[in-house]
Design a protein. Structure first.
Length: 261
């Protein structure tokens, strides 16, 4: 009986130690990689009786604000969902407007982003975009590749399922054997192969779904939803999301036991 009690006591102490370790890790685990689903541009424009493209332009302004704030908060990397593989189904005029806006924004903002130490990276199927956009993206990535203040990953023509399909296709093309397939191997074939997983995923406009965004990478990300439409999202909104994150304990599948239990 005494031996059973000793084993129980030992197990409980181990669980408490693990819980304390998890809590300590959380205190020392700031948001390194922030991901955002920038939702609500169309609704923002509709409420103001403006064309939807006006909402997307306002969304670009919001991204500029949030990028600067994220850098000030020492966030190392920001990934934003700008255009999904499903967005091609939108009205042709809106799609063409989004393509033009993407190209124009790269051209107008690139030099400032470079001066500010932003490292740009594109995630998605670049080959499906127009030659002009492809060149603008590749030039911006090359120009900023050595910048280190903050990384900005623009997910344009991106889909989480498409990313996995592309990874599997390349794994097969490389002749990998079934026994070689591991989580680490699959991760090495993703668009994000050398990036850390997001710590926090924010979605604006009150929606409660991930919409095919970074499906593999957000397996253990913390989620934060806000009713604020993306064009209205600013510094105070970001700080509120970061404060919410700091109140949480990230378990990664482990068990947290209260010392009082």
């Amino acid at each position: 009986m005494a031996r059973i009690q000793d084993l129980f006591s030992s197990t409980k102490k181990k669980e408490e130690t693990q819980s304390q370790s998890i809590a300590s890790e959380q205190q020392n685990c700031p948001v390194r990689h922030l991901a955002i689903i920038m939702d609500g541009n169309g609704r923002w424009a509709t409420r103001r009786h403006l064309p939807r493209l006006a909402g997307h332009k306002a969304g670009v302004s919001a991204l500029r604000r949030v990028l600067e704030c994220a850098a000030d908060e020492n966030i190392e990397m920001l990934s934003v969902y700008a255009f999904s593989t499903e967005n091609w189904r939108r009205p042709r005029a809106e799609v063409e407007g989004l393509m033009r806006l993407f190209w124009e924004t790269i051209r107008s903002d690139l030099e400032k982003l470079h001066r500010d130490g932003v490292r740009l990276r594109h995630l998605g199927r670049l080959q499906d975009l127009s030659p002009d956009i492809q060149k603008a993206v590749m030039d911006s990535v090359e120009l900023t590749r050595n910048n280190a203040r903050i990384g900005l990953n623009v997910c344009f023509n991106y889909g989480g399922r498409a990313e996995l399909v592309d990874a599997v296709r390349q794994i097969i093309a490389d002749g990998r054997s079934p026994d070689a397939i591991t989580e680490e191997l699959i991760g090495s074939y993703l668009y994000t192969r050398d990036l850390p997983d997001p710590d926090l995923l924010i979605r604006t406009a009150g929606e409660m779904r991930v919409s095919n965004f970074l499906l593999w990478q957000t397996a253990y990300s913390e989620y934060y939803a806000t009713p604020t439409l993306w064009p209205d999202f600013g510094r105070e909104d970001l700080l509120a999301a970061l404060d919410s994150y700091r109140q949480r304990i990230r378990r990664f599948g482990r068990v947290v036991v209260s010392p009082a239990q």
